[in-house]
Design a protein around this ligand. Structure first.
Ligand SMILES: NC(=O)c1ccc[n+]([C@@H]2O[C@H](COP(=O)([O-])OP(=O)(O)OC[C@H]3O[C@@H](n4cnc5c(N)ncnc54)[C@H](OP(=O)(O)O)[C@@H]3O)[C@@H](O)[C@H]2O)c1
Length: 307
């Protein structure tokens, strides 16, 4: 099978397409023919080992010292089950699925094997493969941080989303709306139309009028882009306000998050915002684009052309 191999840490060109053996599912695994995946901030960060000081050291320990221990990057996938191990009961050949692999990576390839009890589910009924792959990374991260900020316990919360046009921010906007929040979105002029269409009640353009003159208070301030500090934002918080940021901790993936994303997509609360679609062969270009830090929503990598 064809797979995108990250040969060392560095610029996008370190990724090369290679032919490697197709994996075989063990007794509790399913073999998925990947139709679509995504190139996310997590992939380009891993490829470039983008961190400073002690964090870089920790990343090397977790990901591999001189090159990624898991050379096939990609943490999300959608596709069709091709075969299953002899102990598998949940899935059968032909099932259309979507899922996430997290630190196991492996999705930038034509096939992947995953455990039937891992983060994999039937894909949303109404989603194309591109859409199913696009909603996972930002969606699960947004759920993690919004739940951490206790959005489910707050009635009609006032929420400020800083960086509302990234993969995480665009999902956070829609998921917070599902929880009946009143949203103020922070984005650039380039992103204004998208967040407007997704139903943000107020929009603050950081590249035009700035944001810190805003005198409103919020129940939740979510830095979904990792460029704002709690100190900068403390005047936005009301008495019981909570500040959460993607810079703090790791948004551990759970099956419940995937179940919620499936439900929200099927019920029309969540749309897949896809900025660009690349083919597997164009992965270097896809990495270059995600490296700009300016994508709106998600960059999909189409693996199979027959969708
Ligand atoms: N902790 C975790 O577990 C976890 C999980 C996922 C992601 N993350 C982190 O979360 C961050 C966001 O991830 P992502 O995948 O959403 O990234 P992304 O899709 O690459 O986000 C880029 C978006 O941010 C906007 N942006 C850039 N600078 C901004 C600013 N100063 N204010 C407001 N918006 C700005 C860009 O639009 P404009 O340039 O037009 O403004 C673009 O739409 C990354 O740093 C990533 O490493 C952490």
């Amino acid at each position: 099978m064809k797979a995108a191999i990250c040969t060392k840490y560095g610029s996008p060109e370190v990724i090369i397409i290679q032919d490697i053996p197709k994996p075989n599912p063990s007794k509790q695994q399913i073999l998925v023919k990947i139709m679509a995946t995504a190139v996310n901030s997590g992939d380009v960060r891993t490829r470039s080992l983008d961190a400073k000081g002690i964090l870089k050291f920790l990343m090397r320990i977790v990901l591999g010292w001189s090159k990624p221990r898991k050379p096939i990057l990609g943490t999300v996938f959608s596709g069709i089950v091709e075969s299953v191990g002899n102990k598998v009961t949940t899935f059968k050949a032909g099932d259309k699925v979507f899922g996430m692999t997290g630190f196991n990576f492996g999705a930038h390839a034509e096939y992947i094997v995953v455990n039937e009890n891992s983060h994999v589910l039937p894909k949303p009924e109404n989603a194309g493969f591109d859409e199913a792959a696009a909603i996972v990374f930002g969606g699960q991260t947004a759920i993690y941080y919004l739940h951490k900020a206790k959005i489910t316990q707050r009635q009609k919360a006032k929420v400020l989303i800083l960086g509302a046009t990234g993969s995480v921010g665009i999902a956070a906007l829609q998921i917070a709306k599902y929880y009946k929040a009143n949203i103020t979105a922070v984005c650039s002029t380039q992103g204004e139309q998208i967040v407007n269409e997704l139903g943000a009640e107020q929009i603050l353009l950081y590249d035009k009028e700035g944001i810190f003159q805003c005198k409103e208070n919020f129940d939740i301030v979510f830095d979904a882009v990792g460029k704002y500090s709690k100190n900068q934002c403390k005047h936005f918080l009301n008495k019981n306000g909570i500040f959460v940021t993607v810079k703090n901790g790791y948004a551990a993936e759970t099956l419940q998050q995937l179940q919620l994303l499936k439900k929200l997509f099927e019920q029309g609360h969540l749309k897949a915002v896809i900025d660009k679609i690349f083919l597997l062969e164009e992965i270097v270009e896809a990495h270059r684009y995600v490296d700009t830090g300016r994508k709106k929503g998600n960059v999909v990598l189409k693996i199979s052309h027959h969708q």
